[in-house]
Design a protein around this ligand. Structure first.
Ligand code: DC
Length: 212
């Protein structure tokens, strides 16, 4: 089974995807980390984030064993990832890796922006997670503070809105709900309720299919 979870930054889709994968014994890929890894490599090397040829080169030589690098999680790297991810050659370079990951048995949960629309258009279950931007900004602020990092909620909200705008309006593989994706509004759900709602969607899809 392949489950595609898409949605904007800080919607809670990442935690949901991880928990769904554990629940169903599937592998999990946070596809945002791939773009973050490219962005981090460019920032570290002082390469212009819009240098498409260099960025594509970096994308072709990514090492998945580095994906848990905590430096990839920062806001700066997230915003840079949003810029880099608009480059068509970067997306092209990362496509095969994601499809390959998804195709290995017993299946996988992938979360990102274009999983249901581009990477895995045939996924059995597609969920599009949304949440009010102010609530997303508030959650990100609390998370940063719990890690002992200073966090300016207004700046985080501005960053989230800018990121939504860029991710939704880029020419290639923009963030959007696939026609056959279920919409899950995570604004007023805590983590457990959000995960439960996602499992309910998966179960409803599976039950529906069994009846066919
Ligand atoms: O989900 P995230 O915050 O880790 O993603 C960082 C950026 O990477 C996001 O703003 C846009 C880009 N991205 C993408 O374009 N496609 C994906 N499937 C995942 C992330």
């Amino acid at each position: 089974m392949i489950i595609a979870i898409d949605g904007p930054a800080a919607s809670g889709k990442g935690t949901m995807a991880k928990r769904l994968a554990a629940h169903y014994g599937l592998r999990h890929l946070d596809t945002g980390v791939i773009y973050r890894a490219v962005a981090h490599a460019l920032l570290t090397a002082g390469i212009d984030l819009k240098d498409e040829a260099r960025a594509a080169e970096v994308a072709m030589t990514l090492d998945p064993t580095t994906f848990d690098n905590p430096a990839f999680r920062s806001h700066e790297v997230g915003s840079a990832a949003s810029v880099v991810s608009a480059l068509p050659k970067v997306r092209e370079a990362l496509l095969a890796f994601q499809r390959q990951f998804a195709s290995q048995p017993p299946g996988a949960v992938l979360d990102g922006r274009d999983i249901g629309t581009v990477i895995c258009p045939d996924a059995q279950v597609k969920i599009y997670v949304v949440a009010d931007p102010k609530i997303r900004a508030h959650r990100r602020t609390l998370e940063a503070r719990s890690r002992g990092e200073p966090a300016d909620e207004a700046a985080i909200l501005a960053d989230i809105l800018a990121r939504d705008e860029r991710d939704q309006n880029r020419a290639v593989a923009p963030l959007k709900q696939a026609a056959d994706a279920y919409l899950l509004d995570n604004s007023h759900l805590d983590i457990e309720s959000g995960v439960r709602a996602a499992i309910d969607i998966v179960e409803a899809v599976r039950a529906g299919r069994q009846r066919v």
